[in-house]
Design a binder for this molecule. Structure first.
Ligand SMILES: [Zn+2]
Length: 252
């Protein structure tokens, strides 16, 4: 069974906690049959996003067939954030954009002009934008869903598909907003069945949220996905087909 993990993190540390290097991520992927993984920064959410984008790209270039980096920018920087996004998208390796409004400490509603400009770049370059969701005060599922309404041409992902508390509203928002999608990295298999039943299998991707130091998360979340009771076609869509369709085409 082919598997593409749409949500994981690669960095050398998360604040005080060291994270093992990419070879540990590849080893975990090999162990569980994951072909490719989309990876995001950790430290780039706090400071110096250009440097962290460069570092992530460098780490992924060691495994070009396995790791797909997502770019992160800091929208609090205004037009400089849009410039940094354009700079990174010159590299074909970057096939998605990631925000973590909670860790990055911004409310999209207060940065509407910059976020709209970013989403327009995403729409123009056919690059999906994934945002952490499910956590107040900046990353509730409803706040993230709003972004999809601002620029209907951009593909916006709820990075946790409602996480634990907002799965039902997430399912209905994904169903009702054509350009809103969900990445399921949940802890309860029943949630995935509910998302697929409500929003359709074509708008949900599998994500583990693991990093090279926490392979257990990959094992557990993969198991939750495979054991969710989906039809073989729906499971295939969630495990890789949707991700391949939605990621920025490689080489663009
Ligand atoms: Zn994450």
């Amino acid at each position: 069974m082919k598997i593409l993990d749409f949500h994981a993190h690669l960095d050398d540390r998360w604040l005080h906690k060291p994270i093992p290097d990419a070879s540990h991520m590849i080893a975990a992927m090999d162990r569980f049959g994951v072909g490719q993984t989309c990876v995001y920064t950790m430290m780039g959410f706090y400071a110096d996003t250009p440097r962290n984008n460069d570092l992530l790209l460098e780490r992924c270039r060691r495994y070009p067939d396995r790791l797909i980096p997502f770019v992160t920018v800091d929208p609090k920087e205004g037009p400089a954030a849009v410039d940094e996004l354009e700079r990174c998208l010159e590299f074909p390796e970057f096939r998605g954009i990631k925000f973590h409004p909670w860790l990055q400490a911004f409310a999209s509603s207060m940065l509407e002009e910059t976020m709209t400009a970013i989403l327009k770049v995403a729409a123009r370059t056919d690059t999906p934008v994934l945002l952490h969701d499910g956590t107040p005060p900046y990353s509730t599922t409803f706040q993230v869903a709003d972004l999809a309404r601002w620029v209907p041409g951009a593909k916006v992902f709820l990075g946790h598909a409602g996480s634990a508390d907002y799965v039902d509203p997430a399912a209905r928002l994904i169903r009702d907003i054509p350009n809103l999608y969900g990445c399921y990295c949940g802890s309860r298999p029943g949630d995935l069945a509910h998302l697929v039943e409500t929003a359709g299998a074509d708008k949900i991707t599998f994500g583990s949220d693991f990093d090279p130091g926490s392979w257990e998360l990959l094992a557990e979340r993969l198991d939750n996905t495979i054991e969710a009771g989906l039809s073989p076609e729906d499971l295939e869509a969630v495990l890789w087909r949707n991700a391949e369709r939605i990621l920025r085409p490689s080489g663009s």
